[in-house]
Design a protein around this ligand. Structure first.
Ligand code: SAM
Length: 286
């Protein structure tokens, strides 16, 4: 246990009273690190999202260790138990079904609870679908936004989609194959068809596929296909427009359209679509 926020040199073997958040493969089991295997083998117990899934990984590497389930449904009862075990001197590893625990997977609450009690939390890094997709996308990767899964409720979803459409940084999104086509249509609506995008499917697996280049192309590619497998989307940020010039141009275009006989509402709707803006943003400009 360590009450100040300075962790000293770590040994290869698990240390008593320490929680290890262990990254596991997102498809190809050979992507596990030697250090991860060593920790999974030697900790007092492994808390996993789904014991059957983790058993497959452990069997492949001939590791047998005690497994307990830890997921979003039982975390409120399991966290106090794990804290108690750690305080008694056990070492514990947390793994999710795939990738990094805590990234759209159980583990985030656990790390926060443990840190607040002064218990050491160590990450054993492994594959993460977001970073794997970003690195291979060829899109700007020095600064990016990770959205995870977008909210399902329409009002919350549209709010985030509007933010994404205006963002200048690359955005990474997780989506299920069932909902991919719907999300692509929404990205088209909010960002326009020309925005660069890469849809990465089945990363690190046998049928790995990277589909691009822009939203129009990707919609076309998936149009008549049944989509299966796991999906991560990497979307290029918008290019910041010179708002001063845009504002003047839009005002002039609006006047021209109204003089040509369109109503203010119809002219604004047309210009919003043309410029990738919302009708309300056109109103705000004038
Ligand atoms: N903790 C994981 C990580 O570190 O990437 C993410 C878990 S989240 C519940 C699962 C989502 O991650 C999937 O729905 C998909 O969007 C993405 N994902 C996971 N594995 C993937 C793969 N092999 N290829 C593409 N996307 C993947």
């Amino acid at each position: 246990m360590n009450n100040n926020f300075l962790l000293s040199h770590r040994k290869e073997e698990p240390e008593n009273g320490t929680l290890y958040m262990v990254g596991t493969p997102i498809g190809n089991l050979n992507d596990i690190s030697k250090r991860a295997l060593n920790i999974l083998k030697h900790v007092s117990l492994v808390a996993c999202e789904d014991t059957r899934q983790t058993k497959k990984l452990m069997n492949k590497f001939n590791i047998s260790n005690k497994l307990i389930s830890f997921n979003k449904n039982n975390s409120s009862t399991k966290i106090p138990r794990i804290i108690k075990d750690l305080k008694e001197g056990n070492s514990i590893a947390i793994v999710s079904d795939a990738g990094m625990p805590g990234i759209c997977d159980p583990g985030e609450d656990m790390a926060r609870s443990l840190k607040s009690q002064g218990i050491d939390v160590i990450c054993i890094p492994g594959a993460c679908a977001a970073i794997t997709a970003l690195v291979s996308s060829g899109l700007p990767s020095s600064s990016f936004i990770f959205e995870g899964f977008l909210p399902k409720k329409q009002i919350d979803r549209e709010k985030i989609l509007l933010e994404i459409s205006k963002n200048e940084k690359t955005t990474i999104i997780y989506e299920s194959p069932k909902r991919l086509k719907k999300l692509l249509m929404q990205l088209f609506e909010f960002c326009g068809g020309d925005r660069e995008i890469i849809v990465a499917r089945e990363l690190t697996k046998k049928f790995e596929e990277h589909v691009g280049n822009n939203i129009n192309d990707v919609i076309e590619f998936f149009r008549d296909k049944d989509i299966i497998g796991e999906i991560t989307i990497v979307l290029k940020g918008t290019i910041k427009k010179d708002l001063k010039i845009d504002k003047l141009t839009i005002k002039k275009d609006l006047n021209d359209l109204i003089n040509a006989g369109l109503s203010l509402s119809a002219a604004s709707k047309y210009l919003a679509k043309k410029n990738g803006l919302k009708k309300s943003e056109i109103y705000n400009m004038i």
